[in-house]
Each structure stands twice: as C-alpha cells, then as structure tokens.
Design a protein around this ligand. Structure first.
Ligand code: GLY
Length: 401
C-alpha cells in the first residue's frame, strides 16, 4: 500500500441500489466497481439488442438512444468486441463471452485482406487481442499473427515508418500519431512467433514518430507527411485537430499511451521520456474542470465540446506510466492524475445513465468534418473500461503486497 490511495468510495446505505443488485447494504463499493457493474448490465442489454454480428456500434447521434453501426472495414469495428471482452473479464458472464466471440469472428477478414491503413491494430488487437488474452484460443493467435504481417506490409524502410493512410493521396507517405497505438500488435506478434522484424518495424516507427511528429514542446502533429522515395519529412498537418500547430486532445493521448507501450516493449528510455513529457503537457494544459476540450487550442466558448474519449485514453496512458516509472513520487503523480480523470468521467455529467446504450457521452470524433460532435463514441467506452480494469488490477496488486 506504499503508493496507492485506494480508490474506494464509501457508499451510504440509502445509495446502494446498483443495477445488478450485487452490492449489499452498507457495503464499501469502489467507484470502479460501481461503474463496471452498471456498465456490464448496459453492455449485455445492448448486445442482446444488436442482432447483426457483422455490424459494430460506433457512435450514438444526438437525437437517438441507440448505437449507429458500421461494417468490419470501419476503423472502429474492433472496439465493440473489445468492450464485450472487458465486460466478460469483469463479470465472468458466459453469455457475454458468447457475444464477444460472435462479434470478434467477422474481424478475421481484416487479417487476410491487403492492408488499407494502420487501423488493423485497433481492429484486431482490441478484439482478438483481448479474446486471446482471456481465452488462449489458438485460432485467435493465428489470426493476430496474420494481422501483424498484414500491418507490416505498410512499412516503408526508406522513411522508417508505417504508411498509416495510403489512401490520402496528396502525400506519398503519411504517418499519424494515432498509429502509435497500433504498434502493440507488432510487439505482441514479435514475442509470439512472428519474428524480430516486426519488433524492429515497431521500434523504427516509434523513433520516426518521436523525431518528426512529436514537436519540441511535446505536443504532436496529427499527421506527418514524408516523401516515400527519399524518406524526407515534408510537413506536419492537423487533419482532425483545430490547426496544424494546435494540440488535438485525442492525438496527444494516443501519444501518451502509445509511447508508454513502446517503452514497455522495447526498454528504450527515449520513449518513456516522450510519453511522460506528453502527459505532463496534457496535465499542465487541462482546463480547471479536469476534462479536455476537443483541441487544447480551439477557441473556448459556451458551446466548445469536451472530449471524454481523450480523457479515457489519457487515464489508460497514465496508469501504464504508473507501472513503468521508477521514481516513487512521479509514478504516484501519474496514478493520482489517472484516478482524477476516472473520477470525473464517473460522474453523472459524463455517464449516460439510462439515457442511451453507451457508457460515456461528450466525445468528439472529427470536428473539422462536423462529424460525431459531443456524442457517445465506442472508443471512449472501450478505453474507459480499460482504465477501470487497469485501476482495479493495480489496487489488487497493492493489497496482496
Ligand atoms: N483517427 C482516429 C481518431 O479519431 O482518433
């Protein structure tokens, strides 16, 4: 219990009426347990309502209560099976496991289709990766290894990075900060029979991202464009952010979490430093209420939306840093900041309650395209559940020490 202020909230007798009726009167219930328990009920209900397992929840429009679904090729297809796997991990409910298997199965085609973009990592690692971690199913492992090989076909050794968006034709090679999250599939595959080459690609990609896409002040461009033939860096662009030089909130958090994972898997200290500096920048610029606007440099008016998804990814990244940083006071800082983010997301302002099928609201998908603004989005739910489960594991490991 050296580092941890346990994230326990004493719930008064009159307040104990959770959706499952699992908690007994007067029991001490942590916020994580309360939110996870309520989430499992909602996820199970949503899964029962979704009859087509070839389509996957992506977002809920403002005038609706139900998920809009997308097909397997969409970059978000893996998050819903991932949500189901997390719900199964927490509850042990075999019916949820069955749903997780059903929604994971169609994503197999991504592993065996020529790579369209870097999102193979989100699609396959969030679905099959969690499924394999929880079941050890050898078929899942085979599919993940195939997916890693498919992702690696986008690597350009002259640039030293993956072409995240081959279809964005104005540049011959595009590398985006989000792609940092998809290196985990390559690192995993390298350790599980896929070969050293996949790890080398992941390390090289992280180094190129660190050099050109992370700026000297530890904010990041969304996209870096390169000349595919010479490897020369051409320019950094915004794409989903407010302006080329602005600090797009979710991009900053993809960097925090992605570089932490890259350090965990490679041991390269520069990656740890980059993750920490990006986290420090995020914390230094957070508004007073503790949740970022969609872009830290967007003009703030009464209507400027927050991005809960960025807060959830940041919480995951900081809990990852907690496990990696050696100095006690620094690791404690990241733990405390992650808990603060989770506590705020666990309030009625961000939890949807019974108003729709999602867990969290107030996320932003693509502001410049006027798309998915101030709505529930599936990856916010996915990373929020991941953060809650990470937190529970850290607390459990401290209790057994
Ligand atoms: N392009 C991935 C994202 O919206 O973060």
């Amino acid at each position: 219990m050296k580092y941890i202020r346990l994230f326990v909230v004493l719930v008064g007798v009159s307040l104990v009426s959770n959706a499952c009726g699992v908690f007994s009167k007067g029991e001490k219930v942590s916020t994580a347990d309360r939110v996870l328990t309520e989430s499992v009920v909602k996820i199970k209900e949503s899964a029962d309502a979704l009859s087509d397992t070839n389509h996957f929840p992506r977002y809920i429009p403002q005038d609706s209560t139900n998920w809009e679904c997308v097909d397997v090729a969409d970059w978000c297809s893996g998050f819903w099976p991932g949500v189901l796997w997390y719900a199964y991990e927490y509850s042990g409910d075999e019916l949820i496991k069955k749903q997780a298997e059903l929604f994971t199965a169609p994503i197999k085609e991504i592993a065996y289709t020529p790579a369209q973009d870097h999102d193979i990592g989100f699609q396959v690692y969030c679905s099959y990766g969690n499924g394999y971690r929880l079941t050890g199913n050898p078929e899942y492992k085979k599919i993940m290894l195939a997916a890693a090989d498919t992702l690696a076909t986008l690597y350009n050794p002259i640039v030293g990075s993956i072409n995240s968006w081959p279809s964005k034709r104005e540049y011959s090679h595009n590398t985006i900060i989000d792609n940092m999250m998809n290196l985990e599939l390559l690192f995993w595959a390298a350790k599980n029979g896929g070969g050293q080459r996949l790890k080398d690609i992941a390390v090289s990609h992280a180094e190129v991202t660190m050099k050109y896409i992370v700026r000297p002040d530890y904010t990041a461009f969304h996209l870096g464009s390169f000349d595919a033939k010479t490897g020369a860096f051409i320019e950094g662009k915004a794409h989903q952010g407010y302006a080329d030089n602005s600090m797009w909130a979710r991009g900053q958090t993809w960097g925090i979490y992605g570089f932490a994972i890259a350090y965990r898997e490679s041991g390269k200290k520069d990656f740890l430093k980059t993750s920490m500096k990006m986290a420090d920048k995020f914390l230094e610029r957070l508004p007073e209420d503790g949740i970022p606007y969609w872009d830290f440099d967007a003009p703030v008016t009464a209507n400027t939306p927050k991005d809960a998804s960025a807060a959830a990814v940041a919480a995951c990244g900081m809990l990852e840093l907690y496990g990696l940083v050696e100095e006690d006071s620094v690791k404690q800082k990241y733990y405390n900041e992650a808990v603060k983010l989770i506590e705020i997301l666990s309030t009625d302002k961000y939890l949807t309650g019974n108003s729709n099928q999602a867990i969290l609201t107030h996320s932003v998908g693509h502001m410049p395209k006027n798309s998915e603004i101030d709505v529930p989005i599936i990856y916010a739910d996915y990373y929020f559940l991941e953060a809650l489960l990470k937190l529970k594991k850290i607390e459990a490991s401290q209790i057994t020490k």
